[in-house]
Design a protein around this ligand. Sequence first.
Ligand SMILES: Nc1ncnc2c1ncn2[C@@H]1O[C@H](COP(=O)(O)OP(=O)(O)OP(=O)(O)O)[C@@H](O)[C@H]1O
Ligand SMILES: [Mg+2]
Length: 451
Amino acid sequence: MEDKRANLIAISIIILLIIVTIIARVTLHLSKTFFLIFGVDIAAIFAVLAIVILRSRFNTRRKLLEKQIDTDGRELRIEYSFLRKVAGVPTKFRVRELEEATDGFRSLLGRGGSGSVFKGILPDGTAVAVKRIEGEERGEKAFKSEAAAIASVQHVNLVRLLGYCISSTGPRFLVYDYVHNGSLDNWIFPKTGGGATSGRRRSGCLSWDMRCRVAHDVAKALSYLHHDCRSCILHLDVKPENILIDDSYRALVTDFGLSKLKGREESRVVTTIRGTRGYLAPEWLLENGVSEKCDVYSYGMVLLEIIGGRRNIRVLEKGSRVSNRKFEFFPKIVIEKLKEGKVMDIIDDRLVEGGGIKEREVKKMVKVALWCIQEKSKLRPSMARVVEMLEGRAPIEEPPDTQMLVVDFLSVDDEDDNSMPHRHRPRFAQMDRENPSISGYSFAFSTLSGR
Ligand SMILES: Nc1ncnc2c1ncn2[C@@H]1O[C@H](COP(=O)(O)OP(=O)(O)OP(=O)(O)O)[C@@H](O)[C@H]1O
Ligand SMILES: [Mg+2]
């Protein structure tokens, strides 16, 4: 704007000088005075042109420099945010930044027991999943320090926590790396109806080899959390929804919002019950405190679901009361089929059609899973041992019979059906340990919250 005005003034001066010269020529003819005026005018015109040229050159240079500084600044900011990510330092976001990144929380990826997850893009181009946590009760300091501890945990099979957001009044947020292929449930269970998500969910049927790889990836991630971090981290909500599948079908464990840090010297953590029905170890109900063996149990349950391509619990008969309902418990079926030597019967039907699955491999996976879901936590292997078993570095003995008398899925929501649609309410309130009525594959007691 300023440039335009200066150029206009220069042109006006030049035109004025030319007019003066013409008038002088007409009135003074070719007199001495005219030549004097003519000389001065020409000099003035050259001076104005020189100023205009110099000014425009100077301005172009200045703009180039400004652009360069701007680009350098942006690159520095990107570099800085990259270094923060690599170093595991969580970024503190403002609510407005997250609103902009998610376009006003428009693209819903999914809804869980603790809140909703939205897709977003940060200004540096990073795709993120923003988890809005409702009803977070921890104080600001505790939330912040847990976020920092979680962000500092880095492993190829763990989803990275990039940052968090705390507003004084509204909900809190956790910002994770966006994982393109969504959660494992969409890749092992047959599709049932539509969900409440706005974005199109990626789904399919993982091949046997891919499933073995996912099982291995998850085992490595949990082993890392339990054994290789400075303080032992218990996940406490291992389930297919908390296992994400990336572009190259690698499994990434997520949702450390629920996890609990445990000092190395502590053998058990006493905490309020957390987790999801169907994956909870019995000691949640029976003992005072939990250990990493709870994650081993949940892992075993997930492993069976990966093999079978179905949920571990199915409602066979609906009753008006929980106690009247009949459930089919997949792990029991697996144990029986293994005893009968018909282990191939339990594999996901969609995989059997394709053929090429070795019985030896299936047996290995099933036995590992059955070791993990032993009711007595002491009998369960550590996650490090599970990794060794899966890799063939440790022998896998016949798993002992486990009674599975205490099963945690005993309250099933009214809306549950055979396909166990996903309404997640993992936090739960109260339990009633009395009168467990157990018959065959049917179990009923307690009022745990549903999935
Ligand atoms: N980082 C991510 N990238 C892509 N999708 C994600 C990511 N995190 C979560 N999701 C999707 O959002 C869904 C909801 O996640 P959320 O953690 O809120 O619920 P949940 O895992 O089902 O239950 P819970 O609250 O017990 O963890 C997941 O099932 C998954 O499909
Ligand atoms: Mg989750």
